[in-house]
Design a protein around this ligand. Sequence first.
Ligand code: NAG
Ligand code: NAG
Ligand code: NAG
Ligand code: NAG
Length: 225
Amino acid sequence: MSGEHGSGILTVLSLLALQLQVLLVGGDYIPPAKSDGFVYKNRHFNFDAIQIEAFYDPLCPYSAESWPPLQTALDHYDARVSLVVHLLPLPYHDNAFVASRALHIVNGLDRSATFPVLKSFFKHQEKFYGAPTRNLSRASVVDEIVKFVTSVIGNSSETSIKNGFNDTNTDLLTRVSFKYAASRGVSGTPSFYVNGFVLPPADNTLNYSDWRNVIDPLIGVKKSM
Ligand SMILES: *[C@@H]1O[C@H](CO)[C@@H](O)[C@H](O)[C@H]1NC(C)=O
Ligand SMILES: *[C@@H]1O[C@H](CO)[C@@H](O)[C@H](O)[C@H]1NC(C)=O
Ligand SMILES: *[C@@H]1O[C@H](CO)[C@@H](O)[C@H](O)[C@H]1NC(C)=O
Ligand SMILES: *[C@@H]1O[C@H](CO)[C@@H](O)[C@H](O)[C@H]1NC(C)=O
């Protein structure tokens, strides 16, 4: 190898190293200390279970609509199917990031409260986007969301939830959720993956029988393997 070639390669290598460094410094939370996502009913990843990943925005009406039939399907299949919810706060949904951060705060305080709070956001989401919050400051939106969350999980948690909004780590976790979705190429909600493969976007919200049609054949295949 000639000296010139050698230094050329070195230059390329040091450029690559620099780029890697920029990547790491630009986002020192990548990779995060813990995988992103909320695990439904603590059914953790298991190679024998069918794995559904849902990308949800707590303030997205279509996400809200898709949850009841998915929950019914999860309850039907019980331990044979696991679900991880990833949050993707969409920039065009007002306050989606604050609502997502609230979910990370709740999850940090008490994991069993995460899904009840997500369901409440789905149920009352119209309070938090569009006209009702248009004239509110960011601080008042946070106050409203703290009140809302404590009304679900109990008034005694109010201080902890408030403090959670002052904890930069919960901001970081919410950014990680966003970046995780971006890294998977997800740009809309709801989006679903089954055993790592994307479910093609449907024109209609997936109903319970749609979920059965997706999962039943996989269970059938597993049985014969
Ligand atoms: C927001 O403020 C604008 C301008 O002050 C006012 O016209 C509008 O009615 C307000 N909207 C709400 C929902 O309060
Ligand atoms: C929680 O606080 C709200 C408003 O401050 C109040 O209306 C409600 O009764 C309280 N709930 C409990 C269980 O203390
Ligand atoms: C959160 O931080 C702000 C500014 O640093 C401070 O004014 C506020 O009192 C803090 N709130 C809580 C609940 O700690
Ligand atoms: C579920 O949705 C599919 C279309 O995706 C539709 O053909 C079917 O009739 C629906 N089933 C029920 C029970 O609503």
